[in-house]
Ligand binder design. Structure first.
Ligand code: S3P
Length: 427
């Protein structure tokens, strides 16, 4: 599907955005192994999260979907999946599910689409093997398909190799089935959705500085109801659109404000956007949420370094769009992880920038953009990457000739109604 977006100048949005993808994946998985039924309200319905729901069904969960409300009743015992589990495009699903199944005492094969089968899996396979997991895979476990075999896990001390919430979460989920205590060392600040949700399901996770510990054998108990906040990564495209358009305002309500995810708000502020955040309280357990208002203003380039990257890793495509329409230079360093996302996002962003006539320099671990107030416009390939498709749409608001997006259906991986919403908001 090709989408052509004309050079509209105004952008007005008010309301909520669909549910948080990271939180939805975790809610489905934890509800499937907790005792009692869980009503998950505001769940994200998208290709990625529907793949997780299919995995839960294959393990025996009874799932009833009513719009954004998902009722999930766990099986008495996991059933062994009779076919490979298709994680489609979802890196979070395959990595979390590998840990989740490592000590489940069954045989399961996890696979996905071409993009997912090219992404690195050793980062989860190696720490899980330290716990005693038996995981085989292509290239000695470096790539999917992965086969998880029945194994007895035993807690141990594991130093995390990189600042990845997916790796941390995979180990934490496996630790629930390991005998004794599992200690994670060298935790770097990353989104803590798993820790929060484990606590909501009654589990004890001790965190002290950069060390976490979990005792195995804990039974998860459903909290009955879980509320999924709006996805700040979805909101980012709307907030950025408002910030850079000639007449723009976006007020996003009920959006998740987990401190591990709000880097985009800090960057918008540094770029000169007018932004107001009203956050609800954060008790360290329930996901914090609130309202964010952004109004148009003249934007300037920014510097983003390695410390900030984990809090905005998924927002770097939309930050690139902002930078192309900001005066001056934006430099991003310490984001080598972009090379192993749904696409090599540094190369994909260069293609996006060049497609609209922008000045983009690839760096090994990031990029440098020399921005101007407007871009020429032109054709951008999504390359099957949802966030590239949506970032390209944002650029149309500052383009002289409009932007055409090839394979725009990729947006449905995380945000199926994005283009309807975007077109309704651009005036
Ligand atoms: C996610 C963690 C991040 C992020 C991804 C979702 C999660 O990946 O990019 O979109 O839900 O845990 P890494 O853990 O690889 O940094």
């Amino acid at each position: 599907m090709r989408v052509s977006l004309g050079p509209r100048r105004g952008f007005h949005f008010a309301g909520p955005v669909p549910g948080d993808k990271s939180v939805t994946h975790r809610a489905y998985l934890l509800a499937t192994r907790a005792s009692g039924e869980t009503l998950i309200r505001g769940a994200l319905r998208s290709r990625d999260t529907d793949a997780t729901l299919a995995v839960c069904r294959a393990l025996g969960a009874d799932v009833r979907v009513d719009g954004q409300d998902v009722r999930l009743a766990p099986p008495t015992q996991f059933q062994e999946p009779s076919a490979p589990l298709d994680c489609e495009n979802a890196g979070t699903l395959i990595r979390l599910a590998t840990g989740y199944l490592a000590g489940a005492g069954l045989f399961a094969v996890l696979t996905g689409d071409d993009s997912l089968r090219a992404r690195p899996m050793r980062r989860v396979v190696e720490p899980l093997r330290l716990l005693g997991a038996r995981i085989e895979g292509r290239d000695q476990g470096a790539r999917a398909p992965l086969a998880v075999l029945p194994a007895q896990l035993a807690g141990c001390t594991i130093s995390l190799p990189l600042p990845s919430a997916q790796v941390k979460s995979a180990v934490m989920l496996a630790a629930l089935d390991a005998a004794g205590e599992t200690v994670l060392l060298d935790l770097m600040p990353t989104r803590d959705h798993t820790e929060r949700m484990l606590r909501q399901f009654g589990a004890r996770v001790d965190i002290q500085g950069d060390r976490a510990s979990i005792v195995g054998g804990q039974q998860l108990v459903s909290p009955g109801r879980l509320d999924v906040p709006g996805d700040i990564s979805h909101a980012a495209f709307l907030l950025a659109s408002a910030a850079l358009s000639e007449r723009g305002e976006a007020r996003v309500t009920g959006v998740g404000l987990n401190p591990g995810r709000t880097g985009i708000l800090a960057v918008l502020r540094r770029m000169g956007a007018r932004i107001e955040v009203s956050a609800g309280e954060d008790d360290g357990v329930i996901e914090p949420s609130g309202e964010v208002l952004v109004q148009q203003s003249d934007l300037a380039g920014v510097e983003i370094g390695p410390d900030e990257v984990p809090s905005l890793i998924d927002e770097l495509p939309v930050i690139a769009a902002l930078a192309l329409c900001a005066e001056g230079v934006t430099t991003v360093h310490g984001a080598g992880e972009l090379r192993v996302k749904e696409t090599d996002r540094i190369a994909a962003l260069r293609q996006m920038a060049e497609g609209v006539g922008g000045d983009f320099e690839e760096l090994a671990d990031g990029f440098r953009i020399r921005g101007k107030r407007n871009v020429q416009g032109g054709l951008v390939q999504s390359l099957g990457d949802h966030r590239i498709a949506m970032a390209a749409a944002v650029l149309s608001l500052r383009s002289r000739e409009g932007v055409e997006i090839a394979d725009a259906e990729a947006a449905a991986v995380s945000f199926p109604r994005f283009f309807d919403l975007f077109e309704a908001a651009s005036v």
